[in-house]
Design a protein around this ligand. Structure first.
Ligand SMILES: [Cu+2]
Length: 102
């Protein structure tokens, strides 16, 4: 229903920050960094799209949390080590969407 609208608009600087990705139920041990990486995914149109992307990215080993802002396509990936853009791109494509590039 939604995957046909994949587009190739772009803008995606990667930003790494510390400590902004903690969840109450997944509190990392003290001294362990939680890294946030921001991406833009194009083509998502509904909650189902967002869930597919979240599920695929969540399969990456070091990823602890994924959040999607549907209207903007902004995807925040929280992980214990910097995620590899290639892995994120593959996950997004597996879900049927496109990772925007710079
Ligand atoms: Cu959808």
């Amino acid at each position: 229903m939604a995957a046909e609208s994949t587009r190739f608009d772009h803008v995606t600087p990667l930003g790494y920050k510390r400590g902004v990705c903690r969840r109450a139920d997944d509190e990392p041990a003290e001294g362990i960094d939680v890294i946030e990486a921001n991406y833009t995914v194009t083509g998502m149109t509904c909650d189902h799209c967002a869930r597919s992307v979240t599920d695929e990215i969540s399969k990456i080993n070091t990823v602890s949390d994924v959040s999607v802002n549907l209207p903007t396509g902004a995807v925040t990936v929280c992980s214990s080590e910097p995620v590899n853009d290639v892995d994120v791109r593959a996950a997004v494509e597996e879900a049927g969407y496109e990772l925007a590039t710079k």
